[in-house]
Ligand binder design. Sequence first.
Ligand SMILES: CC(C)(COP(=O)(O)OP(=O)(O)OC[C@H]1O[C@@H](n2cnc3c(N)ncnc32)[C@H](O)[C@@H]1OP(=O)(O)O)[C@@H](O)C(=O)NCCC(=O)NCCS
Length: 349
Amino acid sequence: MTSEPVPPQPTLVDGAVTLRPWRADDAEAARLQHDEEIARWFHFPGVTPSAEQQGAAIERWQRDYADGRRVVSFVVEVDGRVAGSVEVRRTVGRDATGHLSWALFPDFRGRGHAVTAVRLLVDYAFGDLGLARVEAYVDPDNRRSVRLATRAGLRREGELRGYESDREGVRRDAVLLARLADDPEVGTGEMFRAALNAGLPRKRTISQGLVRNERGEVLLCELTYKRYWDLPGGVVDPDESPAHAVLREVGEELQVPARLRRLAVVSWLPPWQGWDDAMLYLFELSVAEDEVARATLEPREIRAIHWADAETVRARCAPYTARLIEHATQLLDAGAPTAYLEDGEPPTW
Ligand SMILES: CC(C)(COP(=O)(O)OP(=O)(O)OC[C@H]1O[C@@H](n2cnc3c(N)ncnc32)[C@H](O)[C@@H]1OP(=O)(O)O)[C@@H](O)C(=O)NCCC(=O)NCCS
């Protein structure tokens, strides 16, 4: 393999933390400080590497640095002692992208030194190496590392299933965290919000409409893709309001003009048959009965629509939908304020 000339590996300093190139005489200090935590997350077969293994690793890092800096590994030094290591590895086949990894030895943990070391490494990757993106793949159970990556300015982008095998050969998921060269600076409010926002749950929201006729019957859709009849409505799009969503959905499904009367119920739906939990907003809508008779059904989704009395609702709807409709109609008839339900029922606490 041809190697391009590379500048000498620099030494980088921030307060008590120094990143410097590996030297052959670091081997003993490094290998003896390995612990179960490091072995676990790096999937090493044993805890303490042999002198030969550690020596060979240092030689490999030195070779890889010389070989176009395809891997750059630094010793993390704290107060002049070997405290761990951080590494950036160019991702093969990807443009200007690097893969980060880190480990701090047990005596040096819990003081923020790992965050400092990874920030120095990231600045080096964007500056000296000219990378545009750095990534880390962290086991979801390795919470300290997920926190550390976030503090170092990486943003959570998603979870990869069955990403790699652990020591027992069990496939493990990984959280993908990444930072771009032009992301907001670490420590600014903008970056703080972006990082936090990326890690927060995005709960699903469903918005449905309760349409009743003069006989008190409820409008239900017979669907092409599931056996239960359901209320008109659907999933709220990203950045869409529940109220807008229900009108949009009714427009798409039935092509009838609908007016919002009020929010009848908010119901939390627990996880169900492989679906994640969700928040359901049930709005009372007014649609004239003759408009319903002229509805044009969206043929891929809606087979037919029906006016259903209470008995038909119980017979045709999923149990939680039947409960929801029963409670919502009772509340509306009583002129009660908007109610909060869980799984279609008033919660008991
Ligand atoms: C992951 C690892 C490097 C984290 O080390 P660490 O010292 O806990 O990491 P940090 O530098 O982030 O220290 C932060 C902790 O110090 C505390 N702290 C104290 N002073 C601090 C300061 N001035 N600034 C920031 N944090 C400080 C923080 O409260 C934080 O604790 P918390 O995470 O419980 O909230 C270490 O656990 C490790 O080596 N694990 C094994 C290797 C590994 O998992 N590598 C990743 C494979 S992808």
